[in-house]
Design a protein around this ligand. Structure first.
Ligand code: FAD
Length: 493
């Protein structure tokens, strides 16, 4: 006879930032009710040391913890380490890999996303997502002479800067690096850093505390939680060779196909050569490599390892099959302004979901750590409000996109429509750049500030956040906005 289903008013799937934040908030709001947290990974992610940087921006540390630590802090959370393999939404039931059934009254899916690889099943092509895949990459890198990095997002940017003692060929489909975060001007500002000496690593890791202990029951690395800020700190990303940092950028191209050594030899063609300054010459590459990538530019590069950092796929499969979910264009579970999916009593948050509401003019979804936390928190608030028949306003954090990170050892703050996303041609850019120190870009439309990119220690973030939020007409201040001799903080006080 099948075991009776376990029942919880609330079931949350996923032990990443979104799921853990959602479960914690539900636990606080309903201390007498059981909250199940079902997760495929042996460790969960916890947010600590939250610091409010701006009204719409927080910085925090992230720790991998055992479920015991979470359960002792929130006694009504029960963590179960078993992946969900099926959702029967019409029966409000989830089935995990070990066959146990969980009945919910409200469910929040926070199952994250996984790397989109340029080819699956090739031992030389790696994606980086979680602690396990980062360790596999580190092992391969230790022996590598040349690494090909494909992709132009945050992970590629960090990797290319962090890797040492090997050649790096960086294939990007855009004209300039870091296209998802900034424009060609900012890219130009950053590029010299690829040749500069790197500062020594910090003695202690400031933000991340990742353990590489798999813990009990960890069988499959594919479903681990995503890494996040400073994931590479404390990791040795040095190859074994005495090659000084050499990054060769191949712009406006994609990988057409990946060839193993024998497949390449059978073609009887020559591969492109990369010399130390990072420029390819007419000479073909004399070295033999275990794997080759043919780019759409026609060039073929041999290497020891290909890192595919070309975005992610939301982990929706166990939930959508047999159920009537509406998916976003990027394959995520589409949610409305209450984080509700199209299926009754099923909510979603974090990387697995696609924001399906009409966003504020200065906000856009990006699969980032901060948004995973904001969505997980807000989803719990919405679940509570719906249960109690209360109304709830969209949280203020969705008013303005705000992100702080570090690229090439510069502090990076992105605000609002920092890349003029969706503004058409009807906008203008104001720029201020001091080589090696700071790069400031402001996006203006109709005399109002719509977004900004701040690289370096500019101290402008708070004033700019206010100016974007209050949409003040700045037409008459235009000349002074970026004048380094004008204290604009004082000006707009
Ligand atoms: P995840 O953290 O992926 O968690 C998903 C959880 O769901 C996991 O616990 C997983 O085990 C579980 N799960 C999956 N499927 C199932 C299932 N079927 N059943 C049960 N459990 C399941 N963001 C930034 O803001 N700044 C950065 O600098 C940054 N750098 C990054 C660097 C790397 C290398 C990577 C990979 C990501 C980076 N990100 C960064 C993105 C950020 O890490 C993610 O946006 C964020 O962690 C997503 O959180 P999440 O809770 O939605 O998903």
């Amino acid at each position: 006879m099948a075991a009776a289903a376990r029942r919880g008013k609330f079931v949350v799937v996923g032990g990443g930032i979104a799921g853990v934040t959602c479960a914690e908030q539900l636990s606080l709001q309903f201390p007498a009710d059981l909250v199940y947290l079902l997760t495929a990974a042996p460790l969960i992610k916890a947010v600590t040391n939250v610091k409010q940087v701006l009204r719409t921006l927080e910085e925090f540390d992230v720790e991998e913890q055992t479920s015991g630590a979470l359960q002792s802090q929130y006694p009504n959370i029960k963590v179960v380490h078993s992946a969900v393999k099926e959702l029967k939404a019409d029966e409000q039931t989830l089935i995990t890999e070990d066959g146990t059934q969980y009945r919910y009254e409200q469910l929040c899916v926070c199952a994250g996303a996984r790397p989109r690889l340029i080819v699956e099943g090739n031992p030389y092509v790696l994606g980086i997502r979680d602690t396990d895949s980062a360790r596999t990459f580190q092992q391969h890198l230790a022996r590598a002479r040349r690494v090909l990095v494909v992709g132009n997002g945050g992970i590629a940017l960090e990797l290319v800067y962090e890797m040492e003692s090997c050649e790096v060929v960086w294939a990007i489909k855009d004209k300039s690096i870091g296209n998802a975060y900034f424009d060609a001007g900012a890219a130009e500002f950053l590029i010299p850093q690829l040749k500069a000496e790197k500062p020594p690593p910090p003695l202690t890791c400031k933000r991340m505390k990742y353990t590489t202990d798999r813990g009990a029951g960890w069988e499959d690395g594919r479903l681990g939680s995503a890494l996040g800020p400073d994931w590479h700190e404390g990791m040795n990303l040095r190859a074994a060779h005495e090659i000084s940092r050499c990054v060769h950028i191949e712009a406006e191209c994609e990988v057409r196909r990946v060839l193993l050594h024998q497949e390449f030899m059978a073609l009887n063609v020559s591969a492109s050569f990369v010399h130390e300054e990072g420029k390819d010459s007419a000479t073909s590459d004399p070295v033999e490599w275990p794997v080759y990538a043919e780019l759409t530019s026609g060039k073929i590069f041999g290497c020891d390892l290909i890192v595919s950092a070309t975005g992610v796929f939301p982990n929706v499969e166990p939930f959508v099959s047999g159920n009537n979910f509406t998916l976003g264009e990027d394959g995520g579970l589409k949610v409305d302004d209450h984080m509700r999916t199209s299926v009754r009593d099923v909510y979603a948050a974090g990387d697995v979901c696609t924001a399906g509401w009409t966003p504020s003019p200065h906000w856009q979804q990006m699969r980032l750590w901060t948004q995973a936390r904001q969505m997980g928190w807000y989803a719990a608030k919405c679940m509570a409000a719906d249960r109690l028949g209360e109304t709830i306003e969209m949280d203020f954090c969705f008013e303005l996109f705000a992100h702080v990170t570090k690229f090439f050892n510069y502090k990076v703050i992105l605000l609002g429509k920092y890349n003029a996303q969706g503004l058409g041609t009807d906008h203008e850019l104001l720029l201020r750049c001091t080589k090696g120190r700071e790069y400031v870009k402001v996006v203006m439309q109709g005399g109002r500030m719509m977004g900004a990119v701040l690289l370096g220690e500019t101290d402008l973030e708070e004033t700019f956040e206010n100016l974007i939020l209050n949409q003040m007409d700045l037409s008459s201040f235009r000349e002074d906005l970026l004048d380094p001799n004008v204290d604009i903080e004082d000006y707009f006080d």
